[in-house]
Design a protein around this ligand. Structure first.
Ligand code: SIN
Length: 534
């Protein structure tokens, strides 16, 4: 093997970017993103990074809070390892020039979020993700060994002898099919909350990593545990923007339209209970009272305080016609985060040689059945760091010699844009919301599974007919991810964490993680096997 290996990183959220930079001194890295470097879930993360950074707090308390939120499915070894490394990672970011919000005495300003027994969320105002991504992007721009390829949709992982040796991709500008060969492929593709009608994610969160890993034969776990964030700003038309939990940590309270509080009857921590409990309580009240939303009361704070402490949320509310210092903010729960994913250890090792997965695309056992707020950016950073340290042990030899990038561009694989209509996400998003949303039940899950199975067959036939059109590949990824969630939700005959079954309201005494049955369908690239020669 060449002394400098080639690593393909797919996805430009915190995990992908931090990994690329961490490994860049020992490898040549190609970082591929579907749209651009700034289009990721991380970019929109408001809250921050959970880490024990104050005297009055302890790793043991952080572990206990995480385990409690995880509702019996968090894995103690993973939790202990990932959380113990949090202070070290934050200290490193501070050394690298990240300016986290500080108190007037120069100490870190730590905010509080649901399920945390202590304030421990390190943040940059209410735009933590945006600042992190901009900081990393400027470092990547100045790192010669990292090549960024934007506007490129991955079709499938490139598999040889059950080993991953790169990926097939469509360059959306040139419409060329490209083979990217690599000694290690790292999936940092984020989650898939975008497959639900109401969600807090950017449109690109379509489950690409889950689906392509599944098609390649990787093991996936706990896909039924989709976390619904309790407070997205409510609009009649649908998606809007997130109202960070840190606002509740700061003292804002959930209320009914008549101004009365309702959380006391659901949990002792009231508005700051773990997310699954708060989202469910809101859904319960909305159904009971037949109201389209509940409210977050921020009127105890002045305009100045809100715009100083939460500048992004304040300005967004004003744009949407609500002055949060005078009016309560209308909020609804929305799909937010996938607690499950591609089965890995805490360093991103998957069940496939040559393939690693980090960040939201992975399932390490940290989140269990429900993620504790702000543990996700932390997991992304620690996993990226762990994965870069172990990279030399993950590398595989490529079974060929040649250039890492190969442009193939067979004309018969590319078709025009007519198919965009057929590939619209709306129908699937509505069905996910109604049949596999916050409250689930046997009949609809079973029915929906059959619908999805049929749809996967139809999409495949469209791909055969129209070619590897990016919109169709995304549609397949959305549909296969929806299938994985629905199948796992159907099989889990209990209610636990963020998975609520109306017909099985109790938690079983011994919780076990779920593993998805391996994909029986072939990779999309195989449809065109005879027309491609490598
Ligand atoms: C929030 O700011 O409420 C979101 C943070 C998270 O999802 O952990």
């Amino acid at each position: 093997m060449n002394s400098r290996p080639h690593i393909l990183v797919i996805g430009s959220g915190l995990a992908g970017m931090y990994y690329a930079l961490s490994v860049s001194s020992k490898a040549n890295v190609t970082l591929v993103c579907k749209n651009n470097l700034f289009d990721s879930n991380t970019f929109w993360a408001q809250g921050g990074i959970a880490a024990v950074m104050s005297q009055g707090d302890s790793i043991q308390r952080h572990i206990a809070d995480t385990i409690e939120a995880g509702d019996g499915l968090s894995e103690l070894n993973a939790v202990t390892e990932l959380l113990s490394k949090a202070p070290e990672v934050i200290t490193k970011l501070l050394r690298e020039g990240l300016h986290f919000t500080q108190n007037t005495d120069g100490t870190l300003n730590l905010s509080r979020e649901g399920g945390h027994s202590n304030p421990r969320v390190v943040h940059i105002q209410d735009r933590t993700g945006e600042y992190l991504i901009k900081n990393l992007a400027s470092k990547i721009e100045h790192t010669q060994s990292i090549t960024v390829i934007e506007n490129t949709q991955i079709v499938d992982l490139y598999m040889k002898d059950k080993t991953c040796v790169g990926a097939w991709a469509i360059n959306k500008t040139s419409n060329e099919l490209v083979l990217i060969r690599a000694n290690l492929t790292v999936l940092a593709t984020g989650g898939a909350a975008g497959i639900f009608k109401q969600n807090t994610n950017p449109a690109g969160a379509t489950g690409d990593g889950y689906a392509m890993a599944w098609r390649a034969g990787a093991l996936l776990s706990n896909m039924e545990f989709v976390q619904f964030h309790p407070t997205m700003f409510y609009t009649k038309s649908g998606n809007s923007f997130l109202i960070s939990e840190t606002l509740r940590g700061y003292g804002a309270e959930l209320k009914l339209p008549n101004g009365s509080s309702f959380m006391k009857q659901y949990h002792k921590l009231e508005s700051l209970a773990p997310r699954d409990i708060v989202s469910r309580a809101i859904a319960d009240q909305m159904q009971l009272l037949k109201i389209p939303c509940v409210y977050l009361d921020t009127t105890i704070f002045s305009e100045k305080e809100l715009s100083d402490q939460f500048p992004y949320i304040f300005s967004q509310c004003i744009q949407f016609g609500v002055n949060p210092a005078r009016q309560m903010i209308p909020v609804v729960p929305a799909a937010h985060y996938f607690c499950g994913g591609i089965l890995t250890d805490t360093s991103g090792k998957t069940s496939i040689p040559g393939l690693a997965a980090i960040g939201e695309s992975a399932c390490t056992g940290l989140h269990g059945a429900n993620r504790l707020a702000s543990n996700s950016l932390l997991e992304a950073l620690v996993m990226a760091d762990n994965c870069s340290r172990l990279t030399s042990t993950y590398l595989v030899d490529q079974i060929y010699s040649g250039k890492p990038l190969l442009n193939i561009a067979p004309a018969n694989l590319i078709h025009d844009e007519q198919i965009q209509q057929t590939a619209s996400p709306l129908e699937l998003q509505n069905m996910m919301w109604n049949f596999c949303g916050i409250i689930r039940t046997e009949t609809t899950l079973k029915l929906f599974k059959n619908v999805l199975t049929q749809q996967m067959i139809e999409i495949k036939s469209n791909i055969r007919k129209y070619g590897l059109v990016p919109a169709l590949i995304e549609q397949m990824n959305r549909t296969q991810t929806a299938f994985l969630v629905t199948d796992a939700a159907w099989k889990r005959k209990e209610s636990r964490g963020c998975h609520l079954r109306r017909d099985f309201p109790k938690k079983l005494s011994n919780g076990v993680k779920s593993i998805a049955i391996p994909c029986i369908d072939e990779q999309l690239i195989h449809i065109f096997e005879n027309t491609i020669s490598v």
